[in-house]
Ligand binder design. Structure first.
Ligand code: C2O
Length: 510
């Protein structure tokens, strides 16, 4: 493959994507950040400079959905696969595009990505889908008017509501906001009617839309008035095409859809809508953008009517029976099965924390388990929530959600099989074992179950709820997969250098 090189600088700034100005962290000054584009099999090289100042903080960028086969240290999970990139330092990531489709990158330091460190990735590959125009990535994101550190501080204070309410919902970084709803005494600059995203469709042609839920918390329900969506991929898995009017995306998930511009009145526009579901804590859950065909008057607001579909309120993804991979991979027999329960508890200070497999994770940025495991050290303090899966080749995990919230469950370094999901306990049945759905994020319902399985990719991998606030509240585990192979890996010196730089910076800045 070819080498695709990028240079990313992460720094502070102020933006007002919905008219309300707030401090943010940006990649190359843009929100969303720049597109990474490559072909299947290419090598992607990204140098990340940490220019975050006033105040300084660490960073690291995760390439969501990449397998990182043989390169787990390029995964960008600080406190797991590397130390954070210290302020005024740089780190160069190098990894192969071994899957193809639509994905994204995001800051993986604390909940940093909810303050702006996000961007789309498109890996071009073979497709049987027929379309004329690639509209490219459409980022769907809940949006907060406060910085992530302030939100985490609030959430992790004694007797606080563990839910974090978003203030708005954006399509490709735009939406209007009603500034008259801003609290009295808040003098932050705010402009109502900041503007929405607009998309041009070619009349009669078929368009590919690459939907990405890059939000911190909210489950999105995406639709375009008067247009049927043909789903062709879920995460980095092409699927047998199926038609729907609404696509549900949990945080981190992607869905590629085809849309043909052959609806109603081609001269007036159509609303594209993305609504945060009722299971999402949100103050303003509705996002809109406008779709215009050729010759439509783009200065006029669309007049189309929404599809009449109700929100089932489960936060579940499309039924596994309809999401069938185009290229089948039969489910192997598992060599090990682990149950992992989700719940919350109040600690001694009356702070509500999340537990995954009985432990609320507390990170140690100075001792990433991947680097320790590589040196033959497997003795982690229990609060690190590291689970050693030994030499097992196929691991089944039964996720049991004992909490009243739905969760987007994400595993790094793997494209897992989804065996079953639903309310209550798993009854042992597997949906389509000859060709189960494969994804890198899947929703588990409130008080429900999700059963996944994955074929071992040696490394130490984050396994967590992709809701930024839940991960920050301890909902994260690290899985050691095939430790003896991890010990044999040659970790580049630049990765260990992140730890020397980080410990020097922390020793001077605490
Ligand atoms: Cu997209 Cu651990 O995250």
């Amino acid at each position: 493959g070819v080498i695709r090189s990028y240079d990313f600088t992460v720094s502070r700034g102020f933006i007002a994507p919905d008219g309300y100005q707030r401090p943010v962290l940006l990649v190359n000054g843009a929100y969303p950040g720049p597109l990474i584009e490559a072909n299947w099999g290419d090598k992607i090289v990204v140098t990340v400079h940490n220019n975050i100042t006033g105040p300084e903080e660490g960073t690291a960028i995760h390439w969501h959905g990449f397998l990182q086969q043989g390169t787990p240290w390029e995964d960008g999970a600080p406190g797991i696969s590397q130390c954070p990139i210290a302020p005024r330092k740089s780190f160069t990531y190098e990894f192969t595009a071994s899957l193809f489709g639509s994905t994204w990158y995001h800051g993986h330091y604390s909940a940093q990505y909810s303050s702006g460190v996000v961007g789309p990735i498109v890996i071009h590959g073979p497709t049987r889908a027929k379309y004329d125009v690639d509209i490219g990535p459409i980022m769907l994101s809940d949006w907060y008017h406060k910085d992530y550190l302030a939100l985490i501080k609030q959430m992790l204070s004694p007797n606080a509501d563990p839910r974090v309410f978003s203030d708005n919902n954006l399509i490709n970084g735009k939406m209007n906001f009603d500034c008259s709803t801003v609290a009295a005494g808040d003098w932050t600059p705010c402009i109502s009617n900041a503007g929405i995203s607009k998309f041009n469709f070619r009349t009669g042609k078929t368009h590919r839309l690459r939907l990405i839920n890059s939000g911190a918390d909210g489950v999105q329900r995406f639709s375009i008035d008067e247009h049927v969506l043909t789903v062709i991929a879920e995460d980095l898995t092409p699927v047998q095409p199926y038609n729907t009017t609404v696509v549900t995306l949990g945080v981190g998930q992607r869905t590629d859809v085809l849309v043909t511009a052959n609806a109603g009145n081609p001269m007036s526009g159509f609303w594209m809508r993305s609504n945060l579901t009722s299971c999402t804590p949100a103050r303003q859950p509705h996002a809109v953008a406008a779709v215009y065909y050729d010759h439509a008057d783009t200065s006029k607001a669309p007049t189309s009517k929404a599809w009449n579909v109700s929100d089932p309120g489960t936060c579940a993804n499309d039924d596994l029976s309809v999401t069938q991979p185009l290229y089948p991979m039969p489910l192997p027999n598992p060599t090990f099965t682990q149950t992992m329960a989700i719940d919350t508890f109040k600690n001694a200070s009356n702070i509500t924390l999340w537990r995954f497999n009985g432990v609320s994770m507390r990170a140690d940025f100075n001792e990433p388990p991947l680097l320790l495991a590589n040196q033959g050290r497997f003795d982690f303090p229990p609060e690190r929530n590291v689970l050693n899966l030994y030499a097992n080749s196929s691991i089944r995990i039964i996720v049991k959600n004992n909490s009243p919230a739905a969760h987007p469950i994400h595993l790094h370094g793997h494209n897992f099989y989804i065996l079953h999901q639903g309310p209550g306990e798993w009854d042992g049945t597997i949906v389509r074992p000859s060709n189960p759905q494969r994804r890198d994020v899947q929703q588990v319902r409130a008080f429900g179950h999700l059963v996944i399985q994955f074929d071992a990719n040696p490394g130490v991998w984050a396994f967590h709820c992709h809701i930024a606030w839940h991960a920050s509240g301890g909902f994260l585990s690290s899985l050691i997969v095939q430790p003896s192979k991890v010990q044999q890996m040659r970790v580049p010196e630049t990765v260990r250098q992140t730890c020397r730089d980080w410990s020097l910076w922390t020793s001077q800045n605490v």
